[in-house]
Design a protein around this ligand. Structure first.
Ligand code: FAD
Length: 308
């Protein structure tokens, strides 16, 4: 698929989610969250910074939040493209999608899981990202602000960067949908159309999307940081002799987008887990439920602790 095709695919996926009639509380909330993100992008952002040239870049680290936002962002880019054609005398198929790759930036700051690194690479291909990856120096740590300064030197055409941050993330309570960076950061506009999303909505949409999910989440992780400070979430530890808890998103998995009747409906589409991570985690004594069993936002980062 090229960028236009994957954007159209994401549009069909998002439309399909919005049309779900089996409205559990989470699905209804997620439908509202999608509509709000869509309004921000189509009404407030795209009329000012076009997503069809390189003014907007997307910050992507392979995590679930930016993946969900990317799917919805691409859906809106497709919608915006159709809007730009509305006065054309030619049918849509006679217009080329103007972008070949989506400008994207990944700050490779700390040593992370190989599965996540692999996932960033494979999804960059799947979503046609032109991924700028900052160079990590394990000897000296470079701040995120400095890494973005470097990015802007190489891509001075960038005016605004999309971020998949939510209000429940640390220090994110008072962030706004559109705001300039802080004074100690290089100057650009932050686009944060995902702030209002809750953890349960992230999983509901992602599991319904049937897109590959980074395999590390299937091993009990709920928030992925560096290898040195991230463990499976202790609240997902499987207690011996106790029943498996009910999964809130079973309907989404069973009715996932594009799933064929012949496919095993209860399977979740996860990315391949890298051997290095299997080895790394083989020392753990406990077993854990997959990350999507946790829906409490306040516990999402409970696995972010220092290794002893
Ligand atoms: P996560 O929940 O993992 O990340 C939230 C989102 O941040 C991700 O969905 C992704 O879009 C982006 N992101 C996180 N890590 C990376 C990475 N390694 N590479 C690329 N994208 C990533 N802080 C300030 O105090 N002032 C600022 O002005 C400011 N400007 C920022 C501008 C950009 C473009 C970004 C990406 C971050 C900025 N930050 C700024 C930091 C931001 O507020 C978060 O602290 C940071 O993104 C990490 O978020 P988190 O810990 O919630 O991680």
């Amino acid at each position: 698929m090229d960028l236009g095709q994957i954007a159209q695919y994401c549009f069909n996926l998002t439309t399909s989610y919005l049309q779900i009639e089996h409205r559990t509380e989470v699905i209804s909330e997620t439908q509202s969250a999608i509509k709000l993100t869509r309004e921000y992008l189509l009404d407030d952002v795209f009329p000012v910074w076009s997503p069809l040239n390189s003014e907007i870049s997307f910050s992507y680290n392979g995590g679930k939040d930016c993946q969900v936002l990317l799917l919805i962002y691409l859906s809106c880019v497709w919608e915006f493209f159709l809007l730009t054609l509305k006065d054309s005398q030619y049918e849509r198929q006679y217009h080329l999608f103007p972008l070949k790759k989506l400008p994207t930036v990944f700050i490779d700051q700390e040593k992370t899981f190989s599965t996540l690194q692999d996932f960033v690479t494979t999804t960059s291909e799947r979503y046609c990202l032109s991924l700028y990856e900052s160079i990590r120096d394990d000897e000296k740590s470079v701040s995120m602000a400095d890494a973005f300064e470097e990015y802007l030197k190489i891509h001075p055409e960038t005016k605004a960067i999309v971020i998949g941050i939510r209000h429940t993330d640390p220090f994110a309570e008072n962030l706004k949908t559109i705001q300039r960076t802080d004074p100690n950061w290089p100057d650009f506009v932050r686009l944060q159309p995902f702030l209002h999303w809750k953890l349960a909505s992230v999983w509901s949409f992602l599991l319904y999307a049937n897109e590959p999910i980074c395999g590390i989440y299937s091993m009990g992780f709920t928030s992925i940081g560096s290898i040195n400070n991230t463990l499976p979430n202790p609240y997902l530890k499987i207690q011996p002799n106790s029943n498996k808890p009910r999964l809130v998103f079973q309907w989404e998995i069973d009715h996932a987008f594009g799933k064929k009747k012949s496919q095993n409906n209860s399977l979740v589409n996860i990315s391949k887990i890298n051997r290095a991570d299997i080895q790394l985690l083989s020392g753990l004594q406990d077993e854990f439920l997959p990350g999507w069993y946790l829906t409490d936002d306040s516990l999402e980062r409970a696995g972010r602790i220092k290794r002893l």
